[in-house]
Design a protein around this ligand. Structure first.
Ligand code: NDP
Length: 401
């Protein structure tokens, strides 16, 4: 019997939904490029229902209990007295979502003597100390591609929202006004602007594809260059360094994983090289940006707007300055957990667990750490190390609540 501890975000404040806005989800068989969607033998949930919150349980309870395993689900994840920290002590498997990350620091890994597998129900395993996991031979896996397209849609929405000044205009309506001049004094068209992505992986490339019909000039910076045919098809301009790219862009979108190479990449120095009045959209990870440098840049006008859904730590404390800085379009971490995405990553977690318990290999593209080293997608996209430092500050959210 194994013990599986699953950390999920809390149910809606007015209770687990009894009905939904829509009756079904579109049917999608493959991701762009051909990778198949998750292929579990069965699922015990209805796609389109809320699976990522505590009562949704990622639809896993029936399956795990039928095999005799113990399944613990909690949202209480931060601080030494949290349910997560107590249950972790004898857990074999931990499941966590980046939206409400159960930070697996070296200290926590040291306490979790039985831990063998850490599953990210989503994409981005930076909430796990990957160096410590490698050392202990803990496998770290995620559901690669499950929400990449979801995020790319969100990025496009946020770029348009910032450039066209959507949120302040909406607020004038709610306040009962008709203040057209106030709304449009910061409103532009994206047509003709230069937009650049830091990383052109699954999300970055999907963002570029979606922005192409807006007649924007498309730029990218990545360690590996895209195929010549893709560069030609989208008329892409590749830059050998992130500095070169940000200098010429009106809009920059960050789509790289958080690892030691990208931590605090957007600091005062790099933001200082951006065009005055540029927009920065970050749905990758909060810690890729220096928190206070972003605030300073919005206050000085170096940046005309900043939007994204990722913070550090998560949940962000009530006094996190990104909640109140000027010209921002922040949301909580939601872009990769639409009901559509939840159905895919819940099925992906089920597929991973079926493989694990049946002794079958987990897909290479889902692997981040295996056999004591970066593996699969992790070997391609991450660098060895740890990006969890400072995550204990997440406990302040609960103390303030
Ligand atoms: P991919 O692995 O497909 O793409 C990541 C890309 O980042 C790769 O092309 C990789 O390049 C590139 N990269 C890595 N390090 C660097 C670096 N130092 N400089 C430039 N490029 C770099 O992942 P996805 O596109 O699916 O996801 C990207 C990230 O987005 C995730 O790791 C996660 O942090 C975040 N995310 C956020 C979500 C949300 O809900 N907000 C949901 C899903 C993901 P190469 O391989 O060429 O080295």
């Amino acid at each position: 019997m194994a013990k599986i501890v699953c950390v999920l975000y809390a149910d809606p404040v007015d209770g687990y939904p009894k009905s939904y806005a829509r009756d079904d989800l579109p049917k999608i068989d493959r991701y762009p490029g051909g990778q198949t969607l998750p292929t579990p033998k069965a699922i015990d949930f209805k796609p389109g229902t809320l699976l990522g919150s505590v009562s949704g349980e990622l639809g896993l309870r029936k399956y795990l209990e039928s095999l005799g395993h113990k399944f613990v689900v909690t949202a209480d994840k931060d601080g030494p007295n949290s349910v997560f920290e107590r249950e972790l002590i004898d857990a074999d498997i931990v499941i966590s979502q980046p939206f409400w990350p159960a930070y697996l620091t070296a200290e926590r890994i040291a306490k979790a003597k039985n831990l063998k597998l850490a599953i990210t129900a989503g994409i981005g395993s930076d909430h796990v100390d990957l160096a410590a996991a490698s050392k202990r031979n803990i496998s770290v896996v995620e559901v690669t591609y499950c929400n990449s397209i979801s995020v790319s849609e969100h990025v496009v929405m946020m770029i348009l929202g910032l450039v066209r000044n959507y949120i302040p205009s909406y607020q004038w309506v709610v306040k009962g006004g008709w203040n057209i001049a106030d709304c449009v004094a910061r409103s532009y068209d994206v047509e003709g602007m230069h937009v650049g992505t830091v990383a052109a992986g699954r999300i970055g490339l999907a963002v570029l594809r979606r922005l192409k019909p807006f007649d924007m000039h498309l730029h990218y910076y990545d360690r590996h260059r895209l195929a010549d045919s893709v560069e030609k098809e989208l008329n892409l301009i590749w830059h050998a360094s992130v500095e070169d790219m940000v200098k010429v862009c009106d809009v920059v979108t960050i789509n790289a994983p958080l690892h030691p190479e990208t931590e605090h990449l957007f600091n005062d120095a790099l933001i200082g090289k951006m065009k005055r009045g540029a927009y920065l959209v970050n749905t990758a990870r909060g810690k890729i940006c220096d928190r206070d440098a972003v605030v300073r840049a919005l206050q000085s006008g170096r940046l005309a707007g900043y939007a994204g859904d990722v913070w550090f730590p998560q949940p962000a404390p009530a006094d996190h300055p990104w909640r109140t800085m000027p010209h921002h379009g922040m949301t909580p971490h939601i872009s990769g957990t639409s009901l559509s995405a939840q159905a895919r990553y819940a099925a992906g977690v089920r597929e991973i667990l079926e493989c694990w318990f049946e002794g079958r290999p987990i897909r290479d593209e889902y692997l981040i750490v295996q056999g004591g080293a970066l593996a699969g997608a992790g070997a391609h996209s991450y660098s060895q190390g740890n990006a969890t430092a400072g995550s204990e500050e997440a406990a302040r959210f609960r103390q303030q609540a």
